[in-house]
Design a protein around this ligand. Structure first.
Ligand code: IPD
Length: 266
């Protein structure tokens, strides 16, 4: 593990803890400034924006030469080797409805490789962290994924994009996947899905069309817990597909997703 990664993780954890407090406080006062983005289902609140602003200010105050990419503000140029990847509130719809499953997700990249990540649910206080080469942890406990080996016994997490045509395709895939697995969970925050798979609470997860801020930190947590995290058919994990599964489940789930053309469609 890079020595710098530990320092970046410390900084990330402090920023994410304060960010979570802000998100919770703002929700206690009622959700304000709700508007829609790409589609009517894609919401953003004043809290998403305020949390993002606070985290970016904090990071840039400590490390002014780092680049940042955030869900709400897009890309901020750096000049150094480090780039932060931030989702201020992953699970905005849960946040809006008061469902206690949302997270602040922050990852640090050095030279284009994610080396540290933290995902924190400020409602439950659950915090998952990872350093590349240094393992994944929750509350000091090292994570190792699920022991399940049969897809038919796997509880699989997934999620849906905001575009109607994409959703229709995703629903079609789901209709054919559901009879082949134990059950499906749509928790509503991709970062939490990945961390739950790292813990072995979910046996595996997949989702098409994620943005890098949805999965950067959670994917490192899953990888460091020993899961395989990729796209489909040799593609790297990314917008076409993120699949995260322990070794025994990976191939059957991957092959089924290929058969169902899960990365296809809009
Ligand atoms: C969304 C959540 C959701 C996933 C969507 C994401 P947001 O992120 O992670 O679980 O299914 O694809 O866009 O918009 O709440 O930050």
């Amino acid at each position: 593990a890079l020595p710098q990664a530990a320092q970046l993780l410390d900084l990330a954890r402090a920023a994410v803890r304060r960010a979570g407090e802000l998100a919770r406080t703002m929700r206690a006062d009622g959700v304000a400034g709700v508007s829609t983005k790409s589609t009517a289902t894609d919401v953003v609140t004043a809290a998403d924006r305020a949390v993002e602003r606070q985290v970016i200010e904090e990071l840039r105050a400590r490390r002014p030469h780092d680049a940042v990419v955030g869900e709400e503000s897009g890309a901020i140029e750096g000049g150094g080797r480090v780039r932060w990847i931030l989702d201020p509130i992953d699970g905005t719809v849960n946040y809006l409805y008061g469902i206690p499953a949302y997270a602040v997700s922050l990852a640090a990249e050095v030279d284009g490789v994610v080396v540290a990540g933290v995902v924190r649910n400020p409602v439950t206080g659950d915090e998952w962290t990872a350093i590349r080469g240094g393992g994944a942890y929750r509350d000091g406990r090292r994570l190792a994924g699920s022991q399940v080996t049969e897809l038919s016994q796997a509880l699989v997490g997934t999620g849906f994009g905001y575009d109607a045509a994409r959703r229709a395709h995703q629903a079609g895939v789901l209709a054919r996947l559901l009879p082949r697995v134990r059950d499906i969970r749509r928790i509503g925050a991709a970062s939490i899905d990945l961390c739950l798979a790292a813990e072995g609470v979910l046996d595996a997860v997949y989702e098409k069309g994620l943005n890098v801020w949805d999965y950067a930190a959670g994917a490192l947590v899953a990888e460091e817990a020993g899961l395989r995290v990729t796209g489909l058919a040799g593609a790297p994990a990314g917008s076409d597909m993120v699949i995260a599964a322990p070794a025994a489940l990976y191939q059957p789930l991957h092959d089924l997703l290929v058969e169902l053309d899960a990365a296809g469609g809009p």
